[in-house]
Design a protein around this ligand. Structure first.
Ligand SMILES: O=C[C@H](O)[C@H](O)[C@H](O)COP(=O)(O)O
Length: 243
């Protein structure tokens, strides 16, 4: 079975590519020399990795997916097993949705379990997005990783919260089944607690406000805004254009 996660080719025809590149290049400029760095997964990370490699910062990296590990290693970045290091200074990743109250949805590529472990272990978590990822309110679907053992029972239990759709052929690197939950996301804290109470839910894609330190919003013109989070909330006005 294929792994769910990928780091897509930055040269692909993604219309958000220029904004993602701007966010990624600005985020790379925030990385300190010699740091212990967690690397996320996805197309924005695909822009971040070469920008990081060009800076020659001598960082030691932990990857959140085999695809990221492979891409980073090919660029000459040092990637080590997570258990070989005792802390992470920083983690840098993309996101699928960012709400003004600081909640994120991640896992569009099914990599959210490792991404959340790495983000939670890092002293700072920098999130890079194109403007389309800024939402007034989170919306479904919500990515899930469910246990392969007892999958039918776990799916039935999660199905009491909303419709569970299995992603065809998508397994996490640790063997979990990647699904999407079609459910109202107006109470992310309540939903996160409900999911975490179900045995066999390996991880869900709701990232709570306290995880993010800095949001970098790239624009198609190559500029980017760096938005610090204070007390779990973004301090900038980047949602203004949503109306
Ligand atoms: O599982 C995938 C990750 O959570 C990605 O970071 C997220 O889906 C954003 O991906 P992209 O940078 O491709 O928009």
């Amino acid at each position: 079975m294929p792994s769910a996660a990928s780091v897509t080719d930055p040269g692909s025809s993604d219309p958000e590519g220029p904004a993602k590149r701007a966010a990624a290049e600005t985020a790379a400029a925030l990385v300190p020399k010699g740091c212990l760095l967690g690397l996320g997964t996805g197309s924005t990370v695909g822009f971040f990795l070469p920008a990081l490699a060009r800076r020659q910062l001598d960082c030691t990296c932990v990857a959140t997916s085999p695809a990221t590990a492979e891409a980073a290693t090919a660029l000459g970045l040092r990637v080590v097993p997570f258990d070989d290091i005792d802390h992470l200074d920083l983690a840098v990743d993309g996101a699928d949705q960012v709400a003004p109250d600081g909640w994120l949805v991640k896992g569009g590529g099914g990599a959210h379990t490792r991404e959340k472990i790495v983000a939670a272990a890092a002293e700072r978590f920098v999130v890079m997005v194109s403007p389309d990822k800024l939402v007034a309110a989170l919306h479904p679907p919500l990515p899930l990783e469910l246990s392969a053992f007892g999958f039918a029972a776990v799916r039935r239990a999660v199905g009491r919260l909303g419709r569970v759709e299995r992603r065809a052929g998508a397994l996490s690197p640790q063997g979990g089944v990647i699904c999407d939950l079609h459910v109202e996301l107006s109470d992310p804290a309540g939903l996160a607690a409900a999911l975490e109470a179900i045995p066999g839910v390996v991880e869900h894609g709701l990232f709570p406000p306290g995880l993010t330190s800095t949001l970098v919003v790239g624009q198609p013109d190559g500029t980017a805004q760096v938005v610090p989070f204070v007390d779990g909330r973004p301090t900038g006005e980047v949602w203004g254009a949503l109306g």
